[in-house]
Design a binder for this molecule. Structure first.
Ligand code: PEP
Ligand code: MG
Length: 328
């Protein structure tokens, strides 16, 4: 099988009906970038910049951040990389950041983390914005913000980038060729105001790891709950269907960057819902490319409509049978 996936490395993932699916990979460290040519992903759909912060004993200086982002872009060799601004705080606590404040979080996943923290620790986001802008000089920059719950948070984060951009322009520094701003959709509240956020962003990336935990009120790290909620349950799939429906007709790039997209039936479900960009763990890229090449979108879309309008006792079982019948 590994050999078969290696053969797929340079093969573009088209469905049988001819739709190009973007199969990107998730990364967080410089070393992860070595996987990009190995698995033949379409780029990095989620670069978790907090990894550098988490492995560091002190706050990473701006120059160090710039160096990392530059190296990552260099390693990507022109393929797109979506940098996510830091998602620290809460359960991803770092000792050098006013721990007295985040230690008081009784529900760290829902606490003072990610963009909530970054907007209040303005210096941190400012430094990261500068580092990302400088590292992308003469190249496209793609940046997204984690845990956006309301559109104003996106505006506030983008304003920090705009300010740094203006500064660099004044300094006559080389700027990025183009900048694409996006938001993670991982807090259910944002889904209720999609019409307000869509005009502001060029892409949205659904973070199904956090989204599921918030939708089911089930801690993603609690093993006692791990088997209880299924990614193929009508609740999550109908939620995602509604998101897709709200974005149709808009020029917005919608993708999924949670672990859900790296599993066969789940990826099948996502494609059946109309999601054509997945960013997944590198080892899943080969298997998902193979899956893409086996499917006909119309067939899976129709099947999903049926399952979601009148859910069988287990969509997972229904999908398993469906896939087996088609040798998928
Ligand atoms: C997610 O929440 O689905 C996600 C991709 O981000 P992280 O796993 O880093 O929270
Ligand atoms: Mg998340």
């Amino acid at each position: 099988r590994q050999a078969a996936y290696a053969e797929l490395r340079d093969v573009e993932p088209f469905t049988r009906c001819g739709t190009r699916i973007q199969v990107m990979m998730n990364a967080g460290l410089r070393d992860d970038m070595a996987n990009l040519p190995l698995v033949g992903a379409d780029g990095v759909g989620l670069f978790r910049t907090e990894f550098q912060f988490l492995v560091s004993a002190t706050l990473p200086q701006r120059e160090r951040q710039t160096r990392l982002y530059r190296d990552v872009l260099e390693a990507a060799q022109g393929k797109p990389v979506i940098f996510r601004t830091v998602d620290i705080g809460g359960d991803k606590a770092v000792p050098y950041l006013a721990s007295d404040e985040s230690e008081n979080d009784e529900n760290p996943a829902m606490g003072w983390r990610a963009l909530r923290l970054a907007l209040e620790r303005g210096g941190l986001l400012k430094a990261q914005a500068r580092a990302l802008l400088e590292a992308s000089a003469g190249k496209p920059l793609r940046v997204m913000f984690p845990m956006v719950s309301e559109p104003w948070e996106f505006d506030a984060a983008k304003a920090v980038f705009d300010e740094q951009l203006a500064f660099l322009r004044k300094q006559k520094k080389q700027l990025p060729d183009e900048i694409h701003y996006g938001a993670m959709l991982e807090v259910p509240a944002l889904a209720e105001v999609l019409d307000l956020i869509i005009p502001k962003v060029s892409f949205l990336s659904i973070g199904t790891n956090d989204l599921t935990q918030f939708l089911f009120a089930a801690d993603r790290a609690n093993p006692k709950l791990a088997a209880r909620y299924d990614w193929l349950s009508p609740a999550i799939l109908r939620f995602l269907r509604r998101v897709v429906q709200s974005t149709t007709g808009h020029t917005i790039d919608l993708g999924v960057c949670g672990e859900m997209g790296g599993r066969k039936l789940e990826a099948l479900a996502l494609m059946g819902l109309g999601i054509h960009r997945l960013s997944i763990t590198p080892v899943s890229v080969g298997p998902i490319k193979e899956l893409v090449r086996q499917i006909d979108l119309k067939q899976i879309e129709d099947a999903m409509t049926g399952w979601l309008n009148a859910p069988p006792p287990s969509i997972r079982e229904a999908m398993t049978v469906w896939a087996q019948e088609r040798d998928i």
